[in-house]
Design a protein around this ligand. Structure first.
Ligand SMILES: [Zn+2]
Ligand SMILES: [Zn+2]
Length: 510
């Protein structure tokens, strides 16, 4: 009996010694490199993003993975639109019979949205002598019985609106009290105007915001615009003031604030002339792909993808939460150097323990996530093992701030994976409380697997005040916590790799 116990203990000790685990120091080293100022925030199409890709490929190679990219390389190159080139000859003139105001791009107006174009030398848009409609605050809030477009025909016209909303600081306002309504975002305002056929939207600070917070520095530092289907132009209030006075628009805003009755109108004899020379920058970016073939020749035809995006938002701009700090490096340590480091170290341990994985593991560091999940979309169209034979995807996006907890989403499309997660938590969930969340709903790269009916699980340690800001730095990373999340993902991959049957995919009604 005693002897048996001793040999069991010895066996356990041997197993432990032989079981390498994810190493927190190595994780942190990768994060320090990827989130260093040298890599300038890993923007789409930047040389620094290429350096990050080369680094990841080098790691995959040293670990002993097989290249899974095009033509025996580590890479899947594809094109993305990233930023704009500003051409010469941009112009905006707003006039009536007696006054004409000529505005200057980058100092008295800048576009928030553009119409795509391939060359900065030909106009991407030219609008001549458009009639101008004043549409109050540009709000269409039917549920609150307030619509600035009520009875107005803006089709084929330019529309001028104020920022914010009426009764903005009135806690009793029926427009959501002193909280902004969802319709108050510029994005929503632009969508409404475009939906009604407007050709151009001019946005001016409302009278209660005379200190104009227009983000000229952002446009000048990182021109990178939304696509609202038409030009949306932020025009500085100072230059507009003579026209606002002549047309009485500030007085109309005051009246709207008083009684919440829209006072939209066509401005007699007013016209807008606009010419735009802006072109999209098209850049090549690369997914990095490494493979560990399954240890069972029959099951090796099926794959588990373990992915993380390695791009970030560079110097900020449109994708920054602090656009006024455009031009500063957004290091992206948590988002998503943490996930990238994790898949590298999961790959290292999985390769050392490859007998544990009857199914094939495909490691993918995605580019283009911040620009709309583009790398995972590309991978889904060019998979190493067909999507039909990809049995599951594990995604790690922002796993650097665990502090004892991780959110796991996606289990509801594959309820039987709950048992795999439980088993994984037994071996790899130490020191982590696991919160189950609904599916990511398009927030990260797991989306492009779910949309191909591949069960996809996302690991996430939560939003924080440094999200998409220059302060998402490696010093704030919880490396032992990242190690725990990575270990849990590794163990979940091992459970899925050994399953007798593949995880199911259950449709949900959203
Ligand atoms: Zn992310
Ligand atoms: Zn992000």
């Amino acid at each position: 009996m005693r002897k048996l116990l001793l040999s069991v203990l010895l066996l356990a000790a041997t197993l432990r010694a032989a079981t390498p685990s994810v190493d927190a120091d190595r994780l942190l080293d990768h994060i320090k490199f990827l989130a260093s100022d040298d890599l300038k925030g890993r923007a789409a199409g930047s040389p620094e993003l290429d350096r990050a890709a080369d680094y990841i490929a080098q790691q995959f190679k040293e670990i002993g993975l097989r290249p899974g990219g095009d033509d025996g390389t580590w890479f899947q190159p594809f094109q993305v639109v990233a930023g704009m080139t500003v051409g010469a000859g941009n112009s905006l003139v707003i006039s009536d019979m007696s006054k004409s105001v000529r505005l200057a791009l980058g100092s008295t107006y800048y576009p928030l949205s553009t119409v795509p174009n391939e060359s900065p030398d030909s106009p991407s848009d030219r609008e001549e002598r458009l009639p101008l409609v004043f549409a109050g605050y540009g709000l269409s809030a039917r549920d609150a019985n307030y619509d600035d477009y009520d009875g107005q025909d803006v089709s084929g016209k330019a529309v001028l609106i104020f920022t914010h909303e009426p009764q903005e600081s009135d806690t009793n306002s029926k427009l959501n009290g002193s909280r902004p309504m969802p319709q108050t975002t510029l994005y929503q305002k632009a969508a409404v105007a475009h939906g009604l056929g407007a050709r151009l939207l001019i946005v001016v600070s409302d009278p209660s915001h005379r200190t104009d917070p227009g983000l000229f520095t952002m446009f000048n530092a990182v021109p990178d615009l939304d696509e609202a289907g038409m030009p949306v132009l932020r025009v500085r209030r100072n230059e507009m003031q003579p026209l606002l006075d002549a047309w009485g628009l500030d007085a109309l805003a005051t009246q709207i604030d008083r009684d919440l009755r829209p006072r939209s109108r066509l401005i007699k004899d007013a016209t807008v002339d606009y010419t735009e020379f802006l072109a999209h920058n098209r850049k090549t970016v690369r997914n990095v792909v490494g493979v560990i073939p399954g240890s069972d020749p029959a099951k090796a035809r099926e794959a588990i993808v373990i992915g993380a995006h390695y791009d970030h938002v560079g110097l900020g701009g449109r994708l920054s939460m602090t656009p006024e700090r455009a031009g500063e490096i957004h290091n992206g340590a948590d988002d998503n150097a943490s996930g990238t480091a994790s898949i590298i170290e999961i790959a290292r341990v999985a390769h050392e323990q490859r007998a544990r994985f009857p199914r094939t593991l495909v490691f993918v560091a995605f580019a283009g996530e911040e620009r709309g999940l583009l790398g995972s979309a590309y991978y889904a169209d060019h998979p190493v093992i067909s999507m039909a034979n990809t049995v599951a995807m594990l995604n790690l996006d922002m796993v650097g701030r665990a502090r004892g907890a991780v959110d796991i989403s996606g289990l509801e499309v594959s309820p039987s994976m709950e048992a795999d997660l439980k088993a994984a938590a037994q071996t790899g969930g130490e020191g982590l409380s696991i919160a189950r969340q609904g599916p990511g709903a398009g927030r990260s790269d797991d989306f492009n697997f779910l949309s191909h009916r591949v069960p996809a699980i996302n690991f996430f340690t939560g939003f924080h005040a440094d999200y998409h800001r220059p302060t998402d730095d490696w010093e704030k990373i919880d490396a032992p916590g990242t190690k725990r999340v990575a270990t849990l993902a590794l163990e979940l991959a091992a459970q899925i790799a050994e399953r007798p049957t593949r995880p199911e995919f259950v449709y949900r009604d959203r």
